[in-house]
Design a protein around this ligand. Structure first.
Ligand code: HSE
Length: 419
C-alpha cells in the first residue's frame, strides 16, 4: 500500500482525497497497488472539514512520518513551500506539487535536490490538461518550435465575457473569484504572472532554458477597454491573454501579454474558463491541448495521475525533461528585438492637425499603418484605433513614448500585439 500525506487540504486537496476514494478500483488496478491518503496538514484545525484522514497543523507530522511515501504539496506560495518540499525530498519521500510559483523560481534547484527521487508537477500548468506529460514524453522526439497557450482561466473567462456581453471589468473579476478560479491575489491572474509561471515551466521542458519571471515580458489584461473589444470585433479578432515561447535559431522568446488573434485560429475559439495550448514540434507539426485549467477535480485529476505514476514505478524521470544539458545552449531573446503587428489606442483631443502629427511620428519610427478607425470618446476627445504592419518592438516602444509626450494626447497609448 502507498501512503500519501497532503500539505494544504483546500479545494484541490479535498478533491485528491475524494478521487482516490471514488475511483479506488481503477486507480488500484492501474497502479498495481492500493493508494490511500493517511494524513493532511491544514492551517486552521478548528474548522470542520468532514474528512476521514488524520489532520494536523504541523508539516513535520507528515515530513517525519516514516509511513508516508508521497508528499503532496498544495500549500501554495514560494518560500515556505520550498523549505517543505526540500525537506520532503531529503527525507526520501516522493513529492507531487501543483505549485507553479514555486517551480517558476526554484525548479532547477529542486531538480538538483530531487536527483533520483520522484518529483512531479503535472497540475502546476493548465490544471487538468496533461501538458507536462505531453511535452516531456509525448513530444520528446521533437525540437519544439513554439508554445502558445491560454493558461489562465480567470483571464479567459473575463475576456470572453467582455467580448460576448457588455459587462464591466470589475464585475466580471468578482464573478470569476466567486466561481473559485482566481488566485488568492487576483493580480496574479489579471497581471499575467500566473500565466508567466506556467510558461516558464513549459519553457524549461521544451528548451532547457532557465529564466525567472523577472527576466521575461509580463503584461496583463487590466488596460483592455470596450473600445479595444469593439475594434477586435470589427476586424475579426479575439482578444486572448497568451503565454508565448518561440525558438528562432539559438534564441527563445518568452512573453506573456494580451493578443489580438484572428478569430479563425483554433486557439481563438477557446472560450470561458477553459485553457488551451498549441505546441508545434518540428516533426509532429501543430498539436493542441484543451481542457479545464482550474477547479478542484480537474486539478486533482492531474495530481492523482502523478501519484499513480510514482506508485507504479517508484523511479523518477528527469524532472525537467533533459538527462544532460542541451548542446549549443539556447539564449533568452531580448524583448526589444521581437517583431509583431501591433494595435494602438491613442486617446486625443479632437483638434485640427492631430492625426497628421501622430502619423509623422509613425513614419519617423519606421512604422507602417495597416488600418485606422477614429471613434468619439467624449465631447472633445476621440480614440484613434490603429493597427500596424510588422514592426520591431523597440521601435513601437519608442514611438509610444514620443506620442505620450504630445500635449493633445490624454494618456499613454494602449498597445496590444497582434498574432
Ligand atoms: N487562477 C488560475 C486560473 C488557477 O485562473 O487559471 C489555475 O492555476
Amino acid at each position: 500500500m502507498i501512503k500519501v500525506g497532503i500539505i494544504g487540504v483546500g479545494t484541490v486537496g479535498k478533491s485528491v482525497i475524494n478521487i482516490l476514494k471514488d475511483n479506488a478500483d481503477i486507480i488500484s488496478a492501474r497502479a498495481g497497488v492500493d493508494i490511500v491518503v493517511k494524513s493532511g496538514v491544514v492551517k486552521n484545525l478548528s474548522k470542520d472539514r468532514g474528512l476521514e484522514i488524520i489532520l494536523s497543523d504541523n508539516v513535520d507530522d507528515i515530513l517525519d512520518d516514516s509511513e508516508i511515501d508521497i508528499v503532496v504539496e498544495l500549500m501554495g506560495g514560494v518560500d515556505e513551500a520550498f523549505l517543505v518540499v526540500k525537506k520532503a525530498l531529503r527525507s526520501g519521500k516522493a513529492v507531487v506539487t501543483a505549485n507553479k510559483a514555486l517551480l517558476a523560481y526554484h525548479r532547477y534547484e529542486l531538480q538538483d535536490i530531487a536527483q533520483d527521487m520522484a518529483f512531479e508537477y503535472e497540475a502546476s500548468v493548465a490544471g487538468g490538461i496533461p501538458i507536462i506529460n505531453a511535452l516531456r514524453d509525448g513530444l520528446s522526439a521533437n525540437h519544439i518550435k513554439s508554445i502558445m497557450g491560454i493558461m489562465n482561466g480567470t483571464c479567459n473567462y473575463m475576456l470572453t465575457k467582455m467580448m460576448n456581453e457588455d459587462v464591466e471589468y470589475d464585475a466580471i473579476l468578482k464573478e470569476a473569484q466567486e466561481l473559485g478560479y482566481a488566485e488568492a491575489d487576483p493580480t496574479f491572474d489579471v497581471g499575467g504572472f500566473d500565466t508567466a509561471h506556467k510558461l516558464l515551466i513549459l519553457a524549461s521542458i521544451a528548451y532547457g532554458i532557465d529564466a525567472k519571471p523577472e527576466d521575461i515580458l509580463i503584461e496583463g489584461i487590466q488596460n483592455i477597454s470596450a473600445d479595444d473589444i469593439a475594434f477586435a470585433k470589427e476586424f475579426g479578432y479575439a482578444i486572448k491573454l497568451l503565454g508565448i515561447a518561440r525558438k528562432t535559431n539559438n534564441e527563445v522568446e518568452l512573453r506573456v501579454h494580451a493578443c489580438l488573434i484572428s478569430k479563425d485560429e483554433m486557439i481563438a475559439k477557446i472560450d470561458g474558463v477553459m485553457n488551451g495550448i498549441s505546441v508545434v514540434g518540428d516533426k509532429v507539426g501543430e498539436t493542441l491541448y484543451y481542457g479545464a485549467g482550474a477547479g478542484g477535480d480537474a486539478t486533482a485529476s492531474a495530481v492523482v495521475a502523478n501519484i499513480i505514476d510514482i506508485a507504479r514505478s517508484g523511479k523518477s524521470k528527469p524532472m525537467l525533461g533533459f538527462d544532460k544539458p542541451l548542446e549549443g545552449e539556447l539564449k533568452l531573446k531580448s524583448i526589444d528585438t521581437i517583431t509583431s503587428k501591433y494595435y494602438l489606442r491613442i486617446n486625443v483631443s479632437d483638434k485640427t492637425g492631430v492625426l497628421a502629427k501622430i502619423s509623422k511620428i509613425f513614419e519617423e519610427n519606421n512604422i507602417s499603418i495597416e488600418t485606422m478607425l477614429q471613434r468619439p470618446a467624449s465631447k472633445d476627445s476621440a480614440n484613434l484605433l490603429i493597427s500596424t504592419h510588422i514592426a520591431v518592438e523597440k521601435d513601437i516602444q519608442n514611438m509610444i513614448e514620443r506620442i505620450a509626450e504630445l500635449e493633445f494626447v490624454n494618456f499613454k497609448p494602449v498597445m496590444i500585439r497582434v498574432i
